[in-house]
Ligand binder design. Structure first.
Ligand code: ATP
Length: 316
C-alpha cells in the first residue's frame, strides 16, 4: 500500500453573514470562502497495526481522537469497514503551518486532507461530491476545504457553489501568538446579542442567499475588481470578537490605516487579514504594522489567494 503526502490549504472568509438559527443548533450562514496558499502538510502511512495514530509538530494540536484528522480516518473506517480491515491502521503526520484556533480552518483542512488521502490509499475512487458529502458529516467548513478556490457557502457552510477563482491577490495575515478564539463561543455570543434580528422564515433565507448571490461582492469577484472586493469585505462575527479583544480591533485599525485593498477578521478570528495588490505591497504593510504595534507577540504571514483545495504532493 502506498503512502501519500497532501497539501492542505487554509481559508479566509471574504464574507460572513449570520442570517438565522437552525433546528440542529447551528446557524444559517451566507459566506464567501476563499482558499489561501498557507497550508499544512499531511502524510499518511500504513502502520501495520489496527490503530489510527496522529503526530503533529505543534503541541497546541491534540494528537488524540479529538483531532479532526483522526476523526476523518475513523469516519472512513466506519464507512468502509471491510476495506479498512484489509488495509489496517494509519499513521497521520501533520506538519502544522496554519496558526491554530485562528479562524483559518486549520483543523478542518487537515480532516479534508485525510478524507482525500484515504480515498487514494484504499483505491476507493470516490467522486468529489461523494467526498464532500462525507466531509459535511465531519464539520461545516470541511467540504469547502476538500474543494478549495472561491465559493459561496450557505446552510451551515456546507452547501457550496464555486464562483470565479481569485488567485492573483496577496494577503498579509496577522495574529497575536497567544490569543485564540473558540468558534463555538463566538457564535453563541452572537446569538445572545443579535437573536432578535434573525430571519425566521425559510423563504426569507432563500431571498437573502439570492441577494448575496447577485450582490456587489460576487459581481466584483466575477469582474476581478480587486479594489471593490477589498471595499466589500464583511464579517458579522467582528461584532462580538472585536469588543471582547480590543487588541484585535487595534491591529485591524493599524492594517486599515496602512493601506492595502481591504482588511477584515477571518471567520471567528482572531486572525486579521489584509488583501494586497502585490507581494511588495504585502511586505511593506507587514513591516509598517510590525513597527507601529511593536509587539513581539504579534506574528505575520504573507501568502496569496489560491484556487486549490486538497492537493497530492507526492506518493510513494
Ligand atoms: P475554524 O475556522 O474551522 O472554526 P479555526 O481555524 O478557528 O477553525 P482550528 O485551527 O481548526 O481553528 O483549531 C480549533 C481547535 O480544534 C483547536 O484548538 C484544537 O484543539 C482542535 N483541533 C482538532 N484537530 C485539529 C487539527 N488537526 N489542527 C488544529 N487544531 C485542531
Amino acid at each position: 500500500m502506498r503512502s501519500y503526502s497532501l497539501i492542505a490549504p487554509g481559508k479566509i472568509n471574504l464574507y460572513l453573514e449570520i442570517i438565522g438559527d437552525r433546528p440542529d443548533g447551528y446557524h444559517q450562514l451566507v459566506m464567501i470562502l476563499q482558499s489561501i496558499e498557507l497550508a499544512d502538510k499531511i502524510e499518511l502511512r500504513p502502520n501495520g497495526t489496527d490503530s489510527i495514530r496522529v503526530y503533529c509538530n505543534n503541541p497546541q494540536v491534540p494528537s488524540d481522537e479529538t483531532n479532526l484528522a483522526y476523526k476523518a480516518a475513523k469516519l472512513m473506517q466506519q464507512q468502509f469497514p471491510e476495506i479498512a480491515a484489509n488495509y489496517g491502521g494509519i499513521d497521520i503526520t501533520i506538519d502544522k503551518q496554519i496558526p491554530v484556533a485562528a479562524g483559518l480552518a486549520g483543523g478542518s483542512t487537515d480532516g479534508a486532507a485525510v478524507l482525500v488521502g484515504i480515498d487514494l490509499m484504499w483505491d476507493l475512487g470516490l467522486t468529489k461530491p461523494e467526498l464532500e458529502t462525507l466531509a459535511a458529516q465531519l464539520g461545516s467548513d470541511i467540504p469547502f476545504c476538500v474543494r478549495g478556490g472561491t465559493a459561496i457557502a450557505t446552510g451551515r457552510g456546507e452547501i457550496l457553489e464555486s464562483i470565479q477563482n481569485l488567485d492573483d491577490i496577496w494577503v498579509v495575515l496577522a495574529k497575536y501568538r497567544n490569543l485564540s478564539v473558540s468558534t463555538g463561543w463566538a457564535y453563541q455570543t452572537y446569538r445572545q446579542k443579535f437573536e432578535d434580528d434573525y430571519i425566521k422564515e425559510e423563504n426569507e433565507f432563500q431571498n437573502r442567499h439570492q441577494e448575496i448571490h447577485s450582490g456587489p461582492l460576487v459581481k466584483a469577484i466575477i469582474d476581478q475588481n480587486h479594489q471593490k472586493i477589498g471595499n466589500l469585505l464583511y464579517n458579522d462575527l467582528e461584532k462580538v470578537v472585536l469588543p471582547e479583544h480590543p487588541q484585535v480591533n487595534e491591529l485591524r485599525s493599524a492594517l486599515i490605516n496602512t493601506g492595502g485593498l481591504g482588511t477584515m477578521m477571518s471567520g471567528s478570528g482572531p486572525t486579521v487579514f489584509c488583501l494586497c495588490e502585490s507581494k511588495a505591497q504585502a511586505e511593506e504593510i507587514k513591516h509598517k504594522v510590525q513597527d507601529l504595534m511593536a509587539n513581539p507577540e504579534l506574528d505575520f504571514w504573507i501568502t496569496k489567494l489560491s484556487s486549490n483545495g486538497i492537493q497530492v504532493a507526492e506518493s510513494s
